[in-house]
Write a protein that binds this ligand. Structure first.
Ligand code: HEC
Ligand code: HEC
Length: 316
């Protein structure tokens, strides 16, 4: 109920819920004259007749039905005492479905702990080369990452391809682990206030030329000038990007959004705001370590820096 800004909606819901039950009971009570015993064999009718001979009978409600109706109302009230349902009131059992999921997860994580124990003393390249770790890594990926990055990790528009050498934030184990644990938010500001559509088209031609794609040689000249004025702070003079900012390399013909002039112009004029959700609340540190190794191994595992032999402590 913490999405309510004040108490009003809590009371509102409680009133609707209790009002519903009271209304049901009132309805039953107000119709009680139908409950009285009738003379057997005599059937009353309401006096309504249709099509000449269709009569509406007025039979009493069966007793079993009445009892069931009352029992249902009592059940409902009992439920509302035990479980959340009355606005902000949490129920006397303290039950929440989120808590139930959390308990299940904790229990399951305890159960699989021994499986991960073996990898605690291994560094990332060793885990990436371990066949069992690779199977676990791939399963974790299919369950937690494939919905965005694709089951082959090759991504889609706006979801990076993890199975190739280029990367926005870097392919070192640390960079991959940070991407997974903390999430990422790549922001390029919109520039339509300072750059008009014609200039944006020229810049797009220059960007295409940097990746060796077909381009208009005449428009590239003003395009390069405008690029140097507007883009180097993030993408660099050489266009190779900036991993600290997550500004992509524009020279490698690897595209998050696409290489057409229209797509690049759209990026320049409207900016981009792309988010990967942090996984550290969903996955255990051990799982994140195995995923880090798996993703690192995907792109050939070439980007080993001096610190690639990350100790298991830094994953905790
Ligand atoms: C809800 C969609 C979503 C899910 C789920 C998701 N990602 Fe991502 N991921 C993204 C997006 C979007 C980006 C790019 C963020 C940006 O542009 O700054 C990204 C970026 C990354 C990067 C950095 C890529 C680079 O070029 O440096 C890595 C590594 C990564 N994700 C791995 C994973 C792994 C492993 C998982 C599963 C635990 C995962 N992601 C789950 C959407 C997702
Ligand atoms: C403030 C930093 C910043 C500036 C300035 C900036 N960019 Fe970007 N740009 C980024 C970031 C960050 C991304 C990645 C967005 C994402 O993660 O989705 C990006 C993405 C892009 C892309 C998409 C690449 C792809 O793979 O699809 C293109 C193209 C691009 N920028 C071109 C430009 C051009 C041209 C300029 C100058 C007019 C420019 N950027 C200025 C930060 C910047």
């Amino acid at each position: 109920m913490n999405d309510f800004f004040d108490g009003f909606w809590g009371y509102y819901i409680a009133t609707v819920v209790l009002g519903g039950i009271i209304w049901c009971l009132w309805l039953l009570f107000s119709q009680r004259k139908w409950l009285v015993k009738r003379t057997p064999g005599v059937v009353e009718d309401t006096g309504h007749v249709w099509d000449g001979d269709l009569r509406e009978l007025n039979n009493p409600v069966p007793r079993w039905w009445t009892y069931m109706y009352v029992l249902m109302c009592i059940f409902g009230l009992g439920y509302l005492v035990l479980y959340p349902g009355l606005g902000a009131y949490q129920g006397s059992l303290g039950y929440t479905s989120a808590l139930e999921v959390k308990e299940d997860q904790t229990k399951q994580n305890e159960e699989v702990k021994p499986v991960y124990a073996r990898f605690a003393s291994m560094d990332i390249p060793a885990i990436a080369a371990d066949p069992e770790a690779r199977v676990i890594g791939q399963r974790l990926f299919l369950n937690n990452c494939a919905q965005c990055h694709g089951s082959d990790a090759r991504g889609a528009v706006s979801f990076p391809n993890l199975a190739q050498g280029d990367s926005m934030y870097g392919r070192t184990p640390e960079a991959i682990q940070t991407s997974i644990a903390k999430g990422r938010n790549g922001v390029m500001p919109p520039m339509s206030a300072t750059i008009d559509a014609k200039t944006a088209g020229e810049i797009a031609q220059y960007v295409r030329s940097m990746s060796g794609l077909a381009h208009d040689q005449i428009r590239v000249i003003p395009g390069k000038r405008a690029y140097l004025n507007n883009c180097v702070a993030c993408h660099g003079v050489d266009g190779k990007g900036n991993k600290a900012l997550g500004a992509p390399n524009l020279t490698d013909d690897v595209w998050l959004y696409g290489s057409s002039e229209a797509t690049i112009v759209h990026t320049i004029l409207n900016g981009r705001n792309n988010r990967m959700p942090a996984q550290e609340h969903v996955l255990t540190p051990e799982q994140i370590r195995l995923l880090t190794a798996w993703v690192w191994g995907l792109s050939g595992g070439k980007d080993v820096t001096a610190s690639a032999a990350m100790s298991s402590d830094s994953a905790k």
